[in-house]
Each structure stands twice: as structure tokens, then as C-alpha cells.
Design a protein around this ligand. Structure first.
Ligand SMILES: [Zn+2]
Length: 604
């Protein structure tokens, strides 16, 4: 019966969607939330509208439930694109709303924009073009508990935590946070963002009026300031706000905060990330239809710019498999290519740029590209495997706002190069190795430090999951190797400074140059199907046979010795003769276009 009722609701909302199309007007949805405790309809109505759009426009709108709030509400991301069920090599943009539940209107603007994208596809040429060439994601309600008013005041989630101080990049225990990423809503949005390759994101708020950009925790320009500030100014120019009503500010200059969502998106992943404050709570007060009208041209400009600058795909030279690669424009924060296709996108103004492309387990490549205004320069990279595996992403960092250090967190990534991030006295950092480290005989992992002596002692930990629990590897004060000693799936490494140095100086705390491993078990997804590749006999004395090679469309096979050294790299085959290899442990990797599967082999 409940199912039937839901279907009827969807049908009714479907009709609403289409009738609105007929009249072509922006429909008022908002209720007077500040004076009305019966706000439940808001959250539920938005949830039904999300279902309705995905149901009525299945070719261009897809719904993904990315997590659940403390009180059990869905956190929903809607994707808008042609071929919406396929992850194409298109620029990905994320628009987020309602991280603060007390700021009327952002979520209403989100749903009206979402509906407009669906309704005007194929009639509005600009919307059609954007949907055909971009992957646009909208999270209309990041904080459903707050919007529903579950807490004593609506801004935080049901645990009373302000989610926009809870993200881990330069988190600093503002408000009542027990630790970084403590909340289910924060984890959900973090993991969703990590799973994609967004290159522009905007987080919408209300209470002020303007566009704000990194850094939020410190006053200096971010490494991408020249482009980020340009885009922020463009948003101001192109938006329909009356002149002098809209501010353009660095976050820190407006008011310093730690642990903001956009700081994580930019600091950890190189996403050009902005906050837009839609309106003041005093005059003039705009309704959400007016707000959409004023912001739409600026949003569309951002969506367009997200596809300009540089782009391309990064693949394995042998298999053509898309790689999660680190894209470094000289002097900038690194960004990343997508897991499915290895595609990358980054807005840059006209100029000449040196670019370095690297991936864990591959030799890096560099090149110089020329970028023209309002255009994109396409450069593809085919990387050759090697045996050096290294940390790829900063998940968490906390240096207690040491403004005397440049805090170039990204210097701790990639292989050892003498450049480092000083993690701060009692500071800590969590890095992602991108895949589990393989336990070999002897040391498995090396923490590279650029200095030793008092003040540089650290303790290292590992975990199979992003939030721990953490198991200690041991301590060190300069470059030190550790044995993970039988641990399976050690992928995240946490490094804590032990706090016996000096705070708030240049280079405070341990100097983290790199985290490297002899081998990792796989650097992208394992096979998505339930079927696995059967490898037999294992242990083997001679020929090793494989089943399902054709069925899973395996393109190439690699064999590594126990030290992670690549010893064989061949096209797909149904057997390999191991008889000439010495006794011991080997790892064999099967590559299809989008997946890698790893298996451990014993040679007798
Ligand atoms: Zn806010």
C-alpha cells in the first residue's frame, strides 16, 4: 500500500513538473520556515522532487543516494548529463546547498535549477549544450536534519555539529567537533567528492551576499589565486545582482574559518572551490525564483569555464586502462584525473604552462602546453609502469594554523624529491596510498623525512579505512622504513608529530617529504562483477592458468616479484609459464579497460 501511495505521489509530482513546463514559470516553493515549526514538508517535498526528476527525465537525470544523515534522511546527489548512466570524459562540476539548515532559500534555488535543467533540455540551447558536454552534480540538501529543524537551532546536524567546520583539510577543532570528519553527512560528501573528479564546485549559503574563495584558514593567496580570483570576479560581473550589492572576497578576509567543505575540495583535491552567499537576511530579501534568475548566468559561466584550459586522458601505456593520476601545473595545487576514464580537466587562463603527470606505480611525464582564452588544450598521457608507489592525496592535515610556515601539504605526495610539508608541532596528516600496500618480506613502507633531530620525531600509523582505526607502525625522526607485518589492506597512512619541537615557526614539526611503498596491490578498482579470475594451480611449479580472461575483457597482465618489481608485462593470455622463476611470492595483475584485479601467487 505504501508503495502505491509513493507511486501516486511521484505521478502527481510528475504532472506538476510538466504543468510547470507548460506555463514556463518559476514556482514558489518556500514556506516561512523561521516562524513555522511544521517544516517537515520542506525536506520531504524536496526528496519527492528529486525522485520525480530522475523518474521523468531518465535520459539526463540520475539520482544517487550518497549517504544518510544522523536522523536517517537520505543525502541525495542528482547528476545531469547526456548518457547520464555513463561516466564520460566530460568536465564534472559540483553544486552543493544547505550545509547549514537555517539559511532559507539555497535548497529551493537548487531544486528550481535542477528542474530547469530537466525541463529546458532540448529547448534552451545553452542548457542543452551544457548537459551534452558536462556532468553537472547537484546536492540540494547536505544537511537534512538541520533543514528539518531537528536540533535546537537549525544550522548544525542532529549532533549539533556545524558540518562546514568538520572537513579535514586544516581542521582545527572549531565549535564542538570531536574530530575531523566526525559526522555521517561530512563523511558522505567527502567520499562522494573523492570518488569523482570534479574540477569546479560551488557551495551555496545565505546570510551574506557575495562569492568567497580559498584560503579560508589563512590570509595568503592560494597557489591558484590568479584563476580562482578571476572566476570569482566573473561570477560577480555576470550575475544579475545590482552593482555594489555583491562582494568578492577571500574566505580569510571575510572571516577566518577552519574545516570548511570548500577548503577540503581545494586543498586536498585541487578543485576550484567557491562559496556563494545568495542573500542577506535583511533588505532586500529575494525569493528563490529571483535568486535563480540572478545566479543562473554566473552558474552557467562556471559550468562553461570548467571545460576550458587543459584536459585529456591518462592511461596505462600497455592496457589503455584509465589511471587515477595527479595533475600538477607548475606552482599550483595538484588536481586529479577520474578513476573510470583517467580524464582530467582544469581551468587555466591563456598562457604557457609546465605540467607533470604522475600516478602511483608509474613513471611520471612532463610537458609544456599553451592555453588560449575561451578554449581547451587537449593532451593525453600514456604512462609506463614502474615499481615506485607513493601517497597520492592529502585526506587530513592539521598544523594548528601555523601561519609562519607555507604549509605546502602537497609536497608530501609523490616520490621523494627533497621538498616537504612541515606537519606542525603536534600536527598530523593522513595520506591516501590509493590502494592497499602489499606486505612483502622485510620493510613495506618508507616515510621520507628531510631532517632529523629534536623536534622532528613522528609516529606513523596505518589503516584499511579512511577514518581509522589506526594501528601504529612505530616512530622515527628522519627517513624510516616500516614493516606492515601481515596487515591486509593497509591503504591510509597517518603521521603524527610528537610535539617536542617549537610551535609556530617556519618548518615546525616533522618534515614529510614522501610516503612510498615497494608495491601496492592495485591502483584502481577491483573487478566490479561478482565473477573473478580463477588462477590455478596456486601454488604452482610451472604453468599457471587463468579462467575468465575473455569474459572479463582482460587486456593485459603484469607480474611483480615480492619487492614490487615489475618482471613481466604482457598482453592478455590464458596461461603464463612460471617454471623459470625462482621460488617465492609473486603478484599478478589483470587489467581490463576500467578495472585491475590483483592476486597473490606462490611459486614452489
Ligand atoms: Zn552557511
Amino acid at each position: 500500500m505504501k508503495i502505491k501511495i509513493n507511486i501516486i505521489i511521484v505521478m502527481i509530482l510528475g504532472i506538476t513538473v510538466f504543468s510547470n513546463y507548460t506555463f514556463g514559470q518559476c514556482q514558489q516553493l518556500e514556506v516561512d520556515r523561521n516562524n513555522d515549526v511544521n517544516q517537515i514538508g520542506d525536506v520531504d517535498e524536496i526528496r519527492d522532487l528529486q525522485d520525480s526528476l530522475a523518474t521523468n527525465f531518465p535520459n539526463i537525470c540520475k539520482e544517487v543516494i550518497i549517504g544518510t544523515s544522523v536522523s536517517g534522511y537520505d543525502i541525495v546527489a542528482l547528476k545531469f548529463s547526456d548518457n547520464v548512466n555513463v561516466d564520460e570524459t566530460e568536465p564534472e562540476i559540483l553544486l552543493t546547498f544547505c550545509i547549514h539548515g537555517d539559511e532559507n532559500n539555497p535548497e529551493q534555488v537548487a531544486m528550481k535549477l535542477a528542474r530547469k535543467l530537466c525541463l529546458d533540455y532540448n529547448s534552451d540551447s545553452q542548457i542543452t549544450e551544457l548537459i551534452n558536454t558536462r556532468e553537472i552534480w547537484i546536492i540540494a540538501v547536505m544537511n537534512p536534519d538541520g533543514l528539518r529543524g531537528i536540533n535546537w537551532y537549525n544550522r548544525p546536524n542532529a549532533n549539533g555539529i556545524d558540518m562546514n567546520r568538520n572537513y579535514g583539510y586544516m581542521w582545527n577543532a572549531e565549535d564542538f567537533d570531536p574530530n575531523e570528519y566526525s559526522e555521517p553527512e561530512t563523511k558522505a560528501t567527502r567520499d562522494f567528492i573523492l570518488s569523482r573528479n570534479f574540477n569546479v564546485m560551488i557551495d551555496y549559503h545565505a546570510g551574506l551576499q557575495g562569492i568567497i574563495y580559498p584560503w579560508y584558514y589563512k590570509g595568503e593567496d592560494c597557489p591558484d589565486n590568479i584563476d580562482i580570483e578571476y572566476l570569482a570576479n566573473q561570477y560577480d560581473v555576470i550575475s544579475g545582482y545590482p552593482s555594489n550589492e555583491f562582494a568578492v572576497d577571500k574566505g580569510y578576509d571575510l572571516y577566518p574559518t577552519n574545516g570548511a567543505l570548500v577548503e577540503f575540495a581545494y586543498g586536498s583535491l585541487g578543485i576550484y572551490a567557491f562559496s556563494v552567499e545568495l542573500m542577506l537576511f535583511t533588505n532586500p530579501i529575494y525569493n528563490s525564483c529571483q535568486l535563480l534568475t540572478m545566479n543562473k548566468p554566473a552558474i552557467f559561466m562556471m559550468l562553461k569555464k570548467a571545460g576550458e584550459g587543459i584536459e585529456g586522458v591518462v592511461t596505462d601505456v600497455n592496457s589503455g586502462t584509465g589511471l587515477k593520476a595527479k595533475i600538477e601545473v607548475e606552482g599550483r595545487i595538484p588536481s586529479y584525473s577520474g578513476a573510470t576514464n583517467g580524464d582530467y580537466h582544469r581551468y587555466l587562463q591563456a598562457g604557457t604552462y609546465n605540467i607533470k603527470i604522475s600516478a602511483t606505480g608509474y613513471a611520471s611525464q612532463t610537458t609544456t602546453v599553451n592555453v588560449s582564452d575561451n578554449a581547451v588544450t587537449t593532451t593525453d598521457f600514456q604512462l609506463t609502469p614502474n615499481s615506485i608507489y607513493s601517497a597520492q592525496k592529502i585526506i587530513t592535515c592539521r598544523n594548528h594554523n601555523n601561519y609562519n610556515d607555507p604549509a605546502k601539504t602537497w609536497k608530501a605526495l609523490g616520490k621523494s624529491d627533497g621538498e616537504y610539508y612541515a606537519i606542525g608541532d603536534t600536527g598530523y596528516v593522513v595520506v591516501d596510498m590509493e590502494a592497499p600496500i602489499v606486505d612483502v618480506s622485510g620493510s613495506d613502507i618508507t616515510i621520507h623525512g628531510s631532517a632529523s633531530g629534536t623536534g622532528n620525531e613522528f609516529e606513523a600509523f596505518y589503516s584499511s579505512t579512511i577514518d581509522g582505526p589506526w594501528t601504529s607502525l612505530g616512530t622515527g625522526s628522519s627517513t624510516t622504513s616500516f614493516d606492515i607485518n601481515g596487515a591486509a589492506n593497509a591503504r591510509y597512512i597517518r603521521i603524527e608529530d610528537n610535539g617536542n619541537g617549537t610551535e609556530n615557526i617556519l618548518g615546525a614539526g616533522f618534515h614529510l617529504d614522501a610516503v612510498t611503498a615497494g608495491s601496492v596491490s592495485a591502483n584502481i578498482n577491483t573487478f566490479a562483477t561478482k565473477e573473478t579470475i580463477k588462477v590455478y594451480p596456486n601454488p604452482t611449479f610451472g604453468v599457471l592458468y587463468f579462467d575468465n580472461i575473455e569474459k572479463l575483457d582482460v587486456k593485459s597482465i603484469k607480474v611483480f616479484n615480492s619487492s614490487g618489481i615489475l618482471i613481466k608485462n604482457i598482453e592478455a593470455t590464458n596461461s603464463i609459464d612460471f617454471s623459470y622463476l625462482t621460488k617465492g611470492v609473486y603478484f599478478i595483475q589483470f587489467y581490463s579497460k576500467n578495472n585491475i584485479s590483483t592476486q597473490k601467487i606462490i611459486k614452489r
